[in-house]
Design a protein around this ligand. Structure first.
Ligand SMILES: [Zn+2]
Length: 250
């Protein structure tokens, strides 16, 4: 279900069923001459299109305006759009607060951009993680009052936490590819891995005739193929099913 297309009774049913609500999170960034600037976000949205066919899911309108950075290329004539993380984190806090107010308690975001450093964090994912934590703390204080954590009703907090049902689990930010996936699939920027993934998930975002493989990070793109992308897609879908609590498939 696309959130923007839902009627209020469908929203109430999704809240009651604790249906996962998913934000595709990404950037607009130069990905070589042969690939569309939306690659990192399209990888998320196209994977979610496939997951949506298998399970009940609420998909929020994608957020493309993360901190792309100009690390890869200056933006003039190349297309990277950098929005600083200091602007992103208040936005994330407000967005998540809004979703908590609606009633959702099973909120997820998936991000692909710069996630080789996901454990430590990079500006976009850190901004959204920070905004998520802030919104949860503020929401709990507003709805339960100060001292909510110390209240006798919370005596099972650590058990809740161990079981993954404490309030800090209401919002989770995930990398599109896990460490494990990166061990099984080429993780790169506009090289064989990303180009193959787009050839499979979004072929209209690739024009191999335009490939300029003089850049170090696009040097492997020539080896890209749809079959490799299919392998990456399957690893991504398996991870998505796992973290969204959906049944596995073979
Ligand atoms: Zn990328």
């Amino acid at each position: 279900m696309r959130y923007e297309m839902m009627l209020p009774h469908q929203i109430r049913a999704a809240i009651a069923a604790n249906t996962p609500v998913v934000l595709p999170l990404g950037v607009l960034e130069y990905h070589g001459e042969h690939m569309a600037v939306g690659m990192d976000t399209l990888a998320v949205t196209r994977a979610l299109d496939l997951i949506e066919k298998e399970a009940e899911l609420v998909i929020l309108p994608p957020f493309y305006y993360g901190a792309a950075s100009y690390a890869v290329e200056p933006p003039e004539g190349t297309g990277s759009v950098q929005v600083d993380s200091t602007a992103l984190h208040p936005f994330a806090r407000e967005l998540f607060t809004g979703l908590l107010r609606v009633g959702f308690r099973n909120i997820h975001a998936f991000i692909h951009h710069q996630t080789e450093n996901f454990a430590t964090g990079m500006p976009t994912d850190l901004a959204f993680k920070f905004g998520a934590r802030q919104s949860i703390f503020a929401f709990l204080e507003k709805t339960r009052g100060e001292g909510w954590w110390g209240d006798a009703k919370m005596a099972d907090y650590y058990a809740q936490q161990a079981g993954g049902s404490d309030p800090f689990n209401w919002i989770k930010i995930h990398p599109l590819m896990t460490r494990e996936t990166m061990g099984l699939y080429p993780f790169d920027h506009a090289g064989e891995g990303e180009t193959s993934l787009m050839l499979n998930l979004c072929p209209e975002a690739v024009d191999m005739a335009k490939l300029d493989d003089a850049r170090w990070y696009t040097a492997t793109a020539r080896q890209a193929c749809e079959e490799t992308g299919a392998r990456g897609r399957d690893l991504i879908l398996a991870h998505m099913r796992r973290v969204l609590g959906l049944p596995p498939r073979d």
